[in-house]
Every structure is written in C-alpha cells, then in structure tokens.
Design a protein around this ligand. Structure first.
Ligand SMILES: [Fe+2]
Length: 163
C-alpha cells in the first residue's frame, strides 16, 4: 500500500463514518481490482483511487434524492471524489481519467479502457454477492457474459458464482 492509498482509505473511512457497509464495499472492490490488475495490467494510479472512491457519492444520493440508483451515483460521486483527490494533493495528471471512470462506473461501453474494465468487473464481483444473491443461474450467466471481458475477471466470477 502506498502513501496515497493509505490517505484515500483514511478519507473514505472519515467520509462514511460508521457506515461500515459502504466502507467494506469499497475495500472489497479494491481487493478484487488489485487481483484482476495483477494478471491483466492496468495503471494502479488510476485503478486504486477509482476503486476506493467509485461509490463515494452515495450519501449525497440518499440525501438529495432518497435513492441510490446507479445513474445518480454516477452523477454525484465525481464531485465528492474530486474534492478528496484535491484535498490529498493527488497528482493532477491522473485525476481526469479517475473522474471519467467514476462518472460511468455503472455503464459499460462508455469508457473503453482496461483501467475502466478492471474497476467495472471488480464492482460486479462484489455486487453479484451483495445485490444479486437471489437471481437464478441463467440470469447470473447473462449478467456475467454481458459485463466481463478480462480473463482474470471471468475466472474469478466463475469460481465465485457459477460453481
Ligand atoms: Fe460499487
């Protein structure tokens, strides 16, 4: 863990306070993102902050709209993420790509980069266990085929959810 990762996790914990569910979600996504990145590559300067901050706008969504719908998160998370990245003086050269990924993290096809795909698959790996526990196998297979592209992500999702 580098110093920025430590700072980002500290900011995440401060921001969500005792909302452990949100903190745990981000940490699980971070771990899956690292596992995929180890096999597939991608830029950790982009992927690590994107994973930690991707859902950071969820509190604003609840406050403003009383909803955590995906497109609302995509709208609210970038603003909060930007504030945090600036606060810890994250290197400027990475910020626009991180914000672009966070702005589209529920929308496959909008950002066609490996960095995006790693975060996107990591989020799906967690969400399949958290939000889609009760869907049947056919539905699961469809979700997986529609959203997973990397070999490492596909391998992980199959052992976790199809075996
Ligand atoms: Fe997420």
């Amino acid at each position: 863990m580098d110093n920025y990762e430590f700072l980002l996790i500290t900011e995440l914990e401060n921001y969500f306070g005792n909302d452990l569910k949100r903190i745990n979600h981000a940490m699980k996504v971070l771990n899956f993102a690292k596992a995929i990145m180890q096999k597939e590559g991608g830029d950790s300067h982009i992927i690590v902050p994107s994973a930690i901050l991707h859902d950071i706008g969820i509190k604003e969504c609840e406050r403003k709209y009383n909803s955590v719908a995906g497109e609302l998160q995509e709208k609210e998370s970038p603003l909060v993420a930007l504030e945090i990245l600036r606060k810890i003086a994250y290197p400027d050269s990475y910020i626009s790509e991180i914000i672009e990924i966070i702005s589209h993290h529920h929308s496959i096809g909008m950002v066609k980069t490996l960095n995006f795909q790693v975060l996107f698959e990591a989020d799906w790996l967690v969400n399949l266990g958290e939000d889609y526990k009760d869907v049947n196998r056919i539905q699961k297979e469809t979700m997986i085929n529609n959203n997973f592209q990397t070999k490492a992500g596909m391998h992980l999702v199959k052992i976790l959810y199809l075996e």
